[in-house]
Design a binder for this molecule. Sequence first.
Ligand code: GLA
Ligand code: ZN
Length: 666
Amino acid sequence: MWFGGDYNPEQWSKDVWDQDYRLFDEARIDTLTVGVFSWALTQPAPDVYDFTTLDGIVERALAEGRNICLATGTGAHPAWMARIFPEVTRVDFEGRRHRFGQRHNSCPSSPVFRKHSAEMARRLARRYGSLPNVVAWHVGNEYGGACYCDLCAAAFRVWLRNRYSTLDSLNEAWYTRFWSHTFTDWDEIEPPSALTEHWRGPDHTAFQGITLDYLRFMSHAMLQNFADEKAAIRESDPDTPITTNFMGMYRPIDYHRWASHLDFVSWDNYPPDDKSPERMALAHDLMRGLKGGQPFWLMEQTPSYTASRDVNPLKRPGIMGLWSWQAVAHGADAVLFFQMRASRGACEKYHGAVIGHAGRSDTRVFREVAALGRQLDELGAVTVGARTPARAALLFDWDSWWALELSDGPSRLVRYQAVVLAYYRALWSLGAQVDVVPVTASLDAYDIVVAPALHMLKAGVAQRLEDVARRGGSVVTTFLSGRVDENDNAFLMDVPGPLGPLMGVRVDEWDARGPEVVNPVLLGDSVVSEASLLFELVIPQGASVVGVYQDDFYAGTPAVTRNAFHAGEGWYVAAGLDQTGVDWVVRQVLDRHGLTGPYADVPGLEAAVRVAPDGTRLVFLLNHNASPVEVASCSTGLDLLSGERVRSGRPIRLNAHGVALVRVDR
Ligand code: GLA
Ligand code: ZN
């Protein structure tokens, strides 16, 4: 398992490098990501390439026997490039042409940027690609944001021509008879921005179809940037795997459309707080699901704190280790940090690092990193390449995310990630192994498919969900699902559109209210869920009622239904249930398939399973509580971290934030 992280020795003198490597030895750091922001060094002028510094960094890493994850360094362009070619800078949503500054700052459509970034990748690959210790390529960095310049506008029009062929079909897709928008020439089409279709920011658009297509286009344009560099690397380096660092649930980039272009997925885990292990679990599962369950790299995490937030809390003792193991439990084959040594200046000087400004090894953070390094080293390769045996799937869909949050009506308060997280949280806390997959994934392996807020229903998806139920599976969906087609136009049929037959319901009306309005939903005989935000009024068309509104003029009408469909079931949750309600619904479904985990009633104890390529079953137990827990073990085998044997049914004790990794006897 790769262990290490971002290393930027170009920022300090060579005597510090000696100290770095002594400390890397101590912490068993074996992998260094280098060159992530090195473009100004490697290409100091348009026709000048200078690899002296990078050569020194790479040679030293080789001499020290470290693996290198080599970055192309194109995540920030050099100052000269912006000066000589102002087109490489971005134009923002307000229409302002930016000047040189910051990073992640290049216009994705700029021919100058595309030519120079590819050329840099090409030269790096020729120079370093065949070195045995270069184990991966890290292209660009955290692709994201957007540009609204004229070059992007022109590229958008080309992209649209490819998508629609004719203006007639574009006009139909965008519903342009509304507000006199019919386009009669491709050149009339403008990027949707504050100057055109938008007011009150990027989510308020007069034409969802236009904005949706611009999001798709921008994601595609940046994918082209990645593909440019990948192709340039492949000219001389046919084998070294190529990745770029994703960001989990990051709205601007449709990672599902990117994934097939990466040799493996990697991502940066910077959770917004330390209270949501299930949010990280969801992001890990989403990242693992990008390439059909293939393991990924945890490319970055802070060992201690971030710097970019208004308030940057410190990871408590044990948390860094716990979260690293959580990543491994969900499919990570690498545990890497940002960063190995803290920068002295600029905006990340207070960002956490394995080695701080004083270069000490006797700090708590360093000791915890070193302890993890020792554990990973002693563990060896048992977990590498292991897969997650999930029988439940959660559908995640960027198009639905975009469409839902761009929509005027019914409610700006319904947020896609919050709905998805509520359902994932239920699955997670009840102990189900979950694959988070795109709507295009094969669903054959799953007994349960949960599709929260599947707002946009693309062709064939309803059919495939019906197939799940037809062979006995359960499908769960919620309010605001099945509303629009892939152009974001409403279906000319009852809500929930093509999901109607599977769900056995019809929705004619819906009521959106502020967060202060609660309409209690009675679930089964006795559980009451404080539902809020959105209440759809359901008219059953064959479904049975399992949850009922208690208040308002629709008191007594269904809020949750369950429909027998061939051998399976379709569950429709029409209201914004609170977590108690979501948990109740998900538990009924898991119980039906015997998939409720053994620790469903132990708060904060996560169990995750991976199956190694040789069939060995690995059970991870992760105690997210700040106090110890003791439970009955659900397996017999060897805890590879403590070296102790555990027996099924016998007590197993986990310290506060403790972890066990049981290799199950065969
Ligand atoms: C991102 C970047 C890194 C660094 C970290 C800080 O993940 O990729 O270069 O800025 O954030 O948290
Ligand atoms: Zn641009």
